[in-house]
Design a protein around this ligand. Structure first.
Ligand code: GLC
Length: 555
């Protein structure tokens, strides 16, 4: 735990607690499972973990529906288990970032239950966004907003006497009512939540839906360019990418959100030890994302433009330049990310030839399913490129094993509200959330001590289990471990990008300090550039650099 501003160069590993490791054998991951497996992350060489929500929750959106912001759901353990996890991580030199979900609570949060029980116009109702319906009997929703998960963004409540009452806003599931962030009481509660985790020793927060929270006054009607709701713009270009998202959605990226983060930053700055805020803000373009990380706001924002960029030379060069310029202009590090718990895993996504909007997912009936062999080659090459870039990188659990998206999940196993709210039209995100394989020969591939696993693991995952890859030359795990070690040794996170000319368009060639990085995004082999080979994402037959392969060389 040394060094100031560690987050400027950190490699931060996302743990999805439901699916990382299960200590008690109930088929659901838990905090003790994470603690037990931390040495494997130490060996991988990451700097910090970000834990997706483990708070008290009815789990209607896998824990992003919080019923108590200051406690652990029994499904995952206890606060004491969290303390042990955090202590163990710190002992191993790994920082711990928790997930803050401030846009909405669970409908089972006592604050929302109090709002339902209270009268229209009461202070309790003012904590959320209740409105009268339109039409003669108020039986039409207050406006035309769609939920991100599909369907309407409003639900009507029933009064204690059984008559139909007001409507409340939920940008996500019905069970996730949005807070009114103009309300002072709400602001005060969340200051306390921040302090609760900071006092416990958390190193920071990943802030969920950090471009939501404030809604335009009067809640005006809005019809988005993508029917059925979306997280908003994020991208530069790529298959299925909306290149120009109109920045007019009255529920995304409203100016008022920045006042909230300035307020929170003052709280974090009271604490020693470089605590951080990292924004999940799906806004476009990158210069707009950079507003979330101005010096008095957050420390990092996810670079979703990078995640959504096609595996193609010109697009990659452009997004890398744009990222370094946009974040650099406000004195923030760029971040880089290829996968998380909301998108199709990049070992599959990079082999998709068709549109796939964030959160829509893929499944058995998706046309033109990705080729896993091509996908894995590209994923390894893309990760090797990403880990050579200056700034901070996010990894999503399992990408270091080369896990693909799980496509053939039985419908009966699916849990993502997106699947239910669209009547199966969108598969949603379950395919990237399948529990990890740790041991090829163990039940549930070592996810837990029993054969239980809340989503079924495919048979092919035996070969991808961690113990089948540790120390095996050429495995994806060894590639990541090598890349992280070299990244640290050569201080690449603190470096800079110098483009190397004289290559074909599909070749991304750059120098970062003492390391030359060459990624071939095309299909044709090119001669291997000169220099001492440090790392290769795939075989290099006959001294060539084949397509979908990245190398690092000593410059
Ligand atoms: C964020 C989370 C996602 C969740 C949503 C609502 O986008 O990453 O998993 O469903 O917010 O909380």
């Amino acid at each position: 735990m040394t060094g100031s501003e560690w987050w400027r160069t950190a490699v931060i590993y996302q743990i999805y607690p439901r699916s990382f490791a299960d200590a008690n054998g109930d088929g659901m991951g838990d905090l003790t499972g994470i603690t037990n497996r931390l040495p494997a992350l130490r060996a991988l060489g990451i700097d910090a973990i970000w834990l997706s929500p483990f708070y008290t929750s009815p789990q209607n959106d896998a824990g992003y529906d919080v019923a108590d912001y200051c406690d652990v759901d029994p499904l995952f353990g206890t606060l004491a288990d969290f303390d042990t996890l955090q202590h163990t991580a710190h002992e191993l030199g790994i920082r711990v970032i928790v997930d803050l979900v401030p846009n909405h609570s669970s409908s089972e949060h006592p604050w929302f239950e109090a709002a339902l029980a209270a009268a229209e116009g009461s202070e309790e109702r003012a904590h959320y966004i209740f409105r009268d319906g339109q039409g003669e009997n108020g039986d039409l929703p207050p406006n035309n907003w769609d939920s991100v998960f599909g369907g309407n963004a409003w639900t009507r409540v029933t009064n204690p006497d059984g008559t139909p009452g007001q409507w409340y806003l939920h940008l996500f599931d019905t069970t996730q009512p949005d807070f009114d962030w103009d309300n002072e009481w709400v602001k005060a509660q969340f200051r306390d939540v921040l302090r609760f985790w900071l006092d416990r020793g958390a190193d920071g927060f990943r802030v969920d839906v950090a471009h939501g929270m404030i809604k335009a006054a009067g809640l005006p009607d809005y019809t988005p360019p993508v029917a059925g709701g979306s997280m908003g713009g994020a991208s530069t270009e790529g298959p299925g990418i909306i290149t120009e998202w109109p920045e007019t959605a009255p529920y995304w990226a409203q100016d008022g959100v920045h006042d909230i983060y300035r307020d929170w930053r003052l709280i974090l700055d009271e604490y020693p030890g470089d605590r951080i805020l990292a924004a999940e803000a799906w806004v476009d373009p990158l210069s707009h994302v950079a507003e979330w990380v101005r010096p008095d706001e957050m420390h990092q924002a996810f670079n979703f433009a990078y995640l959504e960029t096609a595996w193609a030379g010109p697009a990659l060069r452009r997004v890398i330049d744009d990222s370094l310029a946009a974040f650099g202009a406000v004195g923030a590090p760029s971040t880089w990310v290829l996968s998380n718990h909301d998108v199709v895993r990049h070992a599959s996504r990079l082999a998709l030839n068709h549109e796939n909007l964030q959160g829509h997912g893929i499944g058995p009936t998706t046309p033109d399913l990705p080729d896993n062999v091509i996908g894995l080659h590209r994923a390894r090459a893309a990760s090797a490129l990403m880990l050579a870039l200056p700034g901070s990188s996010y990894l999503y659990q399992g990408e270091e094993l080369g896990l693909p998206e799980v496509i053939h999940l039985p419908d009966s196993a699916r849990e993502d509200p997106t699947w239910f709210r669209t009547n199966g039209e969108r598969y949603g995100r379950d395919g990237c959330r399948v529990p990890l394989p740790w041991e090829a020969a163990a039940p549930s591939y070592g996810f837990g001590p029993s054969a239980e696993s809340w989503l079924p693991q495919p048979d092919e995952w035996a070969g991808l289990a961690r113990d089948a890859q540790v120390g095996v030359a050429g495995s994806t795990l060894e590639l990541y471990t090598l890349a992280l070690g070299l990244r640290r040794e050569h201080a690449l996170g603190l470096g800079s990008v110098e483009w190397l000319d004289g290559h074909a368009d599909e070749i991304v060639a750059l120098r970062n300090g003492a390391v030359t990085v060459v990624a071939n995004t095309g299909a044709t082999s090119v001669p291997l550039p000169a220099g001492e080979l440090l790392l290769a994402s795939g075989p290099l037959p006959g001294n060539t650099l084949p397509g979908d392969t990245t190398v690092w060389l000593r410059a």
